[in-house]
Design a protein around this ligand. Structure first.
Ligand code: IPD
Length: 269
């Protein structure tokens, strides 16, 4: 998809990301009712409400488009697909920490074309369009290449992979000379790589709604990412590694992400 169809979707994306971010911000300032979907897997009423709002707004403008959302799953068919995480960093949101965001990506014929991430408590809207660069509000973003000895790498965690594969990854990343952190939002973790605040983001399994917008931000800001969409990454998730290009070799070696699948499977078992 090119031209007018994509321009219209980009405009709608930015509008709905801002609106959804504002709804999430207002909800964050009130008492939050929290439920658990599983161990360390939070959900609030705002997750579902924000996803419904995003889908309704986009469906009204593009009735033929399909949707894949963290809460609502897959609806519709066709080449044009919106991938939505209404609140990424739900554990932070649920525990009244402001590090959360709304993340929305748009794909056509399997190609990642648009991404937006709204971090409403910080007044930040990150956006990217394939081939047209990545921006934070009105400022163009660039990844920051750094010596590995001063690099900051965020290492995402979830119960979807064994604890020992996470702790092994932390050890091998620390052994490169980089330091690690975990802030609890994969989407914002990727946005921070795009903006050169951190130098890499890695997680041994992440879902597409958490990371597609962020992947486009990193690529359009001059960074490198592994082929997250390979196999059934869109529907089942995959490992993710995103970084400044100068750190690729060291971080692929340390994490196994981006290496032959067999090596990675061994590390994750
Ligand atoms: C989670 C966050 C977290 C990441 C997990 C995700 P959610 O998404 O992005 O940082 O490590 O893999 O599941 O539940 O907050 O939308």
């Amino acid at each position: 998809m090119t031209g007018a169809g994509l321009d219209a979707r980009e405009a709608a994306l930015l509008e709905v990301a801002r609106e959804a971010g504002e709804v999430a911000r207002q909800a964050f300032l009130k008492p939050i009712a929290v439920k658990m979907k599983g161990k360390q897997d939070f959900i609030t009423e705002t997750d579902s409400a924000v996803e419904r709002l995003i889908v309704a707004r986009l469906k009204a403008k593009f009735p033929q488009d399909a949707f894949l959302g963290e809460e609502g799953g897959a609806t519709g068919e066709g080449d044009a697909l919106w991938v939505i995480d209404p609140i990424d960093g739900t554990a932070n949101f649920a525990n009244r920490m402001p590090h959360f965001c709304v993340s929305i990506a748009f794909m056509s014929a399997g190609e990642l074309l648009l991404g937006a991430i709204a971090a409403p408590m910080y007044g930040e809207l990150y956006r990217a369009r394939a081939g047209k660069g990545a921006f934070l509000n009105d400022r163009a973003m660039r990844v920051a290449d750094a010596d590995i000895q001063r690099a900051i790498v965020e290492l995402g965690w979830s119960v979807r992979r064994p604890t020992r594969s996470y702790t092994a990854m932390v050890e091998s990343v620390l052994a490169t000379g980089a330091t690690s952190q975990r802030a609890g939002s994969g989407a914002l973790g990727l946005a921070y790589v795009a903006d050169g605040r951190t130098h890499g983001y890695c997680e041994l399994h992440i879902n597409s709604w958490d990371c597609l917008a962020g992947i486009l931000l990193v690529r359009e800001a001059g960074g490198w990412t592994n082929d997250f969409l390979s196999g059934d990454g869109l529907t089942e998730g995959n490992p993710i590694l995103a970084c400044a290009p100068g750190l690729k070799e060291a971080l692929v070696a340390a994490t196994g992400v981006g290496q032959a699948t067999e090596n990675l499977k061994r590390r994750m078992s």
